[in-house]
Ligand binder design. Structure first.
Ligand code: TNX
Length: 521
């Protein structure tokens, strides 16, 4: 477009010849309900403002930050002046604008939203700022893919008319990133946070310590990070987050309405700690650092008091860095810890977590230790059967679903995938979309499911490019399974919506796996 044509394109009103590029329901996760009104498309112009009051200002500023670079519009954030007449009826904005409104909203729950698009404007209304943020992610996907550009791009910027009412099926929709096997910088993690936030993921589980590395500064035990964090799989330099960097990460996640759940894996997966402090070993001898990819060979010394003084210090510092309610204590694959010792260990550690004011999350093995009803076991196996997990659900515990043959983002797509492992099988895009959290584990029904999580283990992954190749396109499907109603689950429709995401990823610089199962745009 020449300059004149560009000016025209920016200033002309929306007409039938410039329809919205997206249908109202072309969103991942697919909304609960979407009633299109094609005569009521809304078009952003240089005069569009973002109206928001009080608690909505943070989300409004975030939205402005998303839309300004590509549209080139000023999009000022202005005070919302109109008071809604009826409590549950979104009011039209006072001038053509995007209005973010906090207030009682039927059907939205504590994380959902209503989005109303008319020729006069867009209104997103929610009971919480989390809900407004979710609505903003929907609005973003309703605009052309070019809106993701960080430099001025060609309009028009048309939002399809109609009304969406939307809320999540499950409260917890998580992604896990293993920063222990390979270290990822604050910038790399923040990049992933931005990518997952667009699919309404609201938890980031960080796997901060494993055999190959300890990645968080603990001031009372400095060698954990400086020595235990000094390498990674393959022998690279590793790294760790200082407490200040970690706080920055947690705050960045919070600005994307994502709660960080830090994990220190124990009593197994602890070689980095054992190598850093000899007294944690039963024989008092520190093993060498480990850079391979075996699991199940290390254990903290269960019989020693110093082990629990150590954990009290570590958990205390971690709790102080964690605004969220949960700390994750791992507990998986403790093959080097005899079963009796495992029980004793968890019996000591669970009260330490509680003493520091936190609730416990862990891999599903923690269900064997009869944890308190507030504890969350995360099911990771492939067979859908675990008696202890079912017993925990019967006792009232909520369970997190991450079946490895569906939800593990580190599994190879096919035998030819250049990255990933395949112990749980090859997981193509259709496989990762083909499951239901309410029937994934025998004896754990819908009411016992807290939500879903997509773990990304990093034995074979070294940078953002690798993360993105494994997470995309599978992560959006796991996100949809966690958010959208069971009745909306449909591969035929999903693969079409997924294909539409590709131009968006191209603009965002996400180098994804072009699965042959999808007719990419
Ligand atoms: C199993 S499943 C692990 C991790 C590995 C992963 C690789 C689970 C809780 N633990 O230690 O990194 O497989 O896919």
């Amino acid at each position: 477009l020449g300059a004149t044509a560009l000016t025209l394109a920016l200033t002309q009103p929306a007409t039938a010849s410039q329809p919205a590029t997206h249908a109202l329901a072309d969103v991942i996760p697919v909304p609960v309900s979407a009633k299109a009104d094609p005569r009521n498309d809304f078009r952003l112009t240089p005069a569009t403002a973002i109206e928001a009051g009080g608690g909505a200002r943070q989300v409004a500023a975030y939205l402005a930050g998303l839309l300004r670079p590509s549209t080139g519009f000023p999009l000022p954030v202005v005070e919302r002046t109109v008071t809604p007449s009826a409590p549950s009826a979104p009011s039209a904005p006072s001038a053509p604008s995007i209005a973010l409104e906090l207030g009682p909203t039927a059907e939205a729950g504590d994380q959902g939203y209503q989005l109303t698009v008319t020729r006069r404007g867009v209104t997103i209304r929610a009971n919480s700022d989390d809900g407004l943020f979710a609505g903003v992610q929907t609005l973003r996907q309703l605009l052309p893919a070019r809106v993701e550009s960080r430099t001025v791009a060609r309009g028009p910027w048309v939002v399809p008319g109609g009304r969406i009412v939307d809320h999540p099926r499950f409260a917890y929709r998580g992604a896990m990133l293993d920063v222990a096997r390979h270290f990822f910088s604050v910038g790399e993690v923040e990049r992933y946070i931005d990518q997952i936030a667009q699919y309404k993921i609201n938890r980031l589980h960080l796997h901060l310590a494993d055999d190959q590395g300890w990645r968080i500064e603990i001031k009372s035990r400095p060698r954990l990070a400086t020595y235990g964090g000094s390498t990674e799989v393959g022998g690279g330099p590793g790294g760790y987050y200082t407490q200040d960097q970690y706080r920055e990460l947690v705050a960045y996640a919070a600005s994307r309405h994502i709660t960080v759940i830090p994990e220190i894996d124990m009593p197994g997966h602890t070689n980095a700690a054992l190598a850093s402090y000899p007294e944690l070993n039963c024989d008092g001898v520190a093993p060498p650092l480990y850079t391979g990819i075996e699991v199940g060979f290390s254990s903290l010394c269960v019989g020693k008091d110093v082990t629990y003084r150590f954990l009290d210090d570590v958990i205390g510092e971690l709790a102080a860095l964690t605004p969220g309610r949960y700390l994750d204590i791992g507990g998986d694959e403790a093959h080097a810890t005899p079963p009796g010792d495992y029980q004793k260990f968890m019996g000591e550690v669970l009260p330490i977590v509680a003493k520091h004011g936190k609730l416990a999350q862990g891999w599903h093995e923690i269900a064997q230790a009869h944890p308190p009803v507030s504890a969350v076991p995360q099911f990771w196996d492939t067979d859908g059967v675990d008696a202890a997990t079912a017993a925990a659900a019967a006792a009232g515990n909520k369970v997190l679903m991450s079946p490895a043959n569906k939800a593990y983002l580190d599994m190879q797509y096919t035998a030819n995938s250049p990255l990933g492992l395949h112990w749980a099988g090859y997981v193509e895009v259709a496989d990762s979309y083909d499951w239901d959290p309410a029937t994934a584990v025998q004896g754990v029904g819908e009411a016992s499911v807290l939500g879903i999580e997509a773990p990304l283990w990093s034995e074979t992954l070294t940078d953002s490019d690798a993360i993105e190749f494994m997470a995309f396109p599978r992560l959006p499907g796991i996100a949809e399974i966690g958010w959208s109603p069971r009745a909306a689950h449909d591969w035929a429709g999903y693969r079409v919506r997924l294909a539409q995401q590709a131009p968006r990823w191209a603009v965002q610089g996400i180098d994804f796996y072009r699965s042959p199962q999808v007719d990419w745009q």
